[in-house]
Design a protein around this ligand. Structure first.
Ligand code: GDP
Length: 407
């Protein structure tokens, strides 16, 4: 009996406990209203004015987007650490030494390569070298601007050697063509750009003087700037003379090139006397004990006498300081026969000692190297293979021919 009563009591207590739990859990479900003492809830937000909420929200989101989008470098500096903006000192570049530059840039000759070297190899590899094939070989050379006489010589030599050879393996043909093209381009010409310092008229040590001549538009000023880099790369100090006073932007352009490699540019007023600028440039070169003075000149071809007067005068006036070591003619390789006509005119006006052939990257007419050397009896010393600052390379016949026949 007692046990029964105890069981009933336990059962009653248990039911009461369970029902209590359920009630309390039910009570927890709806969120209780915040107690009046809590300010964050009881303080009502200020009554919004009409339109205020609409204005504020986009403003805030805009700011967030802008802040997120801001690149780190442009983020405003914190107020406590103001950044003092100093104008950056122009960094003086020291270009890579120039040895082997043409080898590195030979892919730029690919257009010449396709039509000249590879074209010739394909033709020479034909099973039957009949008259038609030889004519095609001749045509390939002429189209690449090799010139009539050198083309004839090369075809004669190839005919003779192929006959002796009998059977032709691709390697033999390649070797033979390489040799003959090298003979045509010339391996024993002095291709150094002469910049040896001599002694000035007054007995002082004098910088080497290089005059750069050519028709405006050929890349003359650019080549002068690139040549300054070539010389600096090879350890020389340079002063530039902006004696192309004909083209308005030429002096600025040259100065920019000079500043990049720490070379001073001597310039005069626009339309000023080129000879006096050239004279002053050499004077500055002597004062600075520079190794080389490069003088950019104007190239107007409207009258030969005008050109002759101007270039002749520049040279004579510069020679008051001592000899001019190099007169480089800049020719645009893409102008073909027209370039050769220009070359002839300049050669009559001033003694050219070397050729800088520009824009060889933009032409299939690499044969112009051969033609212009023949025309002037002067070696190609530099070739331009692009618009980049270091796309001017000392001319190396082996690298050039290897690029043509696709090594
Ligand atoms: P100039 O002083 O009047 O003869 O001419 P610039 O030096 O101003 O050059 C004329 C243009 O030819 C410029 O756009 C040069 O970048 C470009 N140029 C010069 N040399 C080369 C070269 O070797 N290859 C290519 N593709 N462009 C060149």
């Amino acid at each position: 009996m007692e046990i029964v009563i105890l069981a009933v009591v336990i059962a009653v207590v248990a039911v009461a406990a369970i029902s209590g739990l359920v009630v309390s859990s039910r009570k927890k479900k709806p969120l209780p209203p915040a107690p009046p003492s809590s300010p964050s809830v009881t303080t009502p937000p200020a009554e919004p004015q009409v339109g205020e909420e609409a204005d504020t929200a986009p403003e805030e989101s805009r700011r967030t987007i802008e802040e997120v989008d801001l690149p780190a470098a442009e983020a405003p500096a914190p107020a406590e650490a103001p950044v003092v903006e100093e104008p950056p000192a122009p960094a003086v570049e020291v270009p890579e030494p120039t040895a082997g530059r043409l080898v590195r840039l030979r892919s730029r000759l690919s257009r010449s390569q396709n039509s000249l070297g590879k074209g010739l190899l394909t033709l020479l590899s034909r099973e039957h070298l009949d008259e038609d094939t030889w004519e095609e070989i001749e045509e390939t050379l002429l189209v690449a601007d090799v010139g009539v006489a050198p083309t004839q010589e090369l075809v004669d030599r190839l005919r003779e050697r192929v006959k002796v050879l009998g059977t032709r393996t691709p390697q033999e043909l390649r070797g033979l063509l390489r040799e003959e093209l090298l003979t045509l381009v010339g391996t024993d010409l002095d291709r150094t750009v002469h910049t040896e310092s001599g002694v000035s008229e007054s007995g002082a040590e004098k910088p080497g003087v290089v005059m750069v001549v050519g028709v405006n538009g050929t890349g003359k000023t650019t080549t002068t700037g690139k040549l300054a880099r070539v010389l600096v790369a090879d350890g020389k100090s340079v002063v530039l003379g902006a004696a192309d006073t004909f083209r308005a932007a030429a002096a600025d352009q040259l100065q920019t090139w000079g500043e990049r490699v720490g070379a001073r540019t001597v310039r005069g007023p626009e339309g000023g006397d080129p000879a006096s600028i050239a004279f002053d440039a050499v004077k500055e070169g002597i004062a600075e004990s520079a190794d080389v003075v490069l003088i950019d000149t104007a190239g107007r071809l409207h009258t030969k006498t005008g050109l002759m007067d101007e270039l002749g005068k520049v040279k004579r006036v510069v020679e008051k300081h001592g000899s001019v070591d190099e007169v480089l003619l800049v020719l645009d390789a893409t102008t073909g026969q027209n370039g050769l006509v220009q070359a002839r005119v300049f050669a009559e006006v001033v003694d050219i000692t070397g050729i800088a052939l520009t824009k060889l990257d933009g032409t299939a007419k690499g044969g112009i190297v051969v033609a212009v050397q023949r025309e002037l009896g002067v070696p190609v010393k530099l070739v331009g293979l692009g618009e980049g600052a270091d796309d001017l390379a000392p001319f190396e016949p082996e690298a050039f021919v290897d690029a043509l026949i696709g090594e």
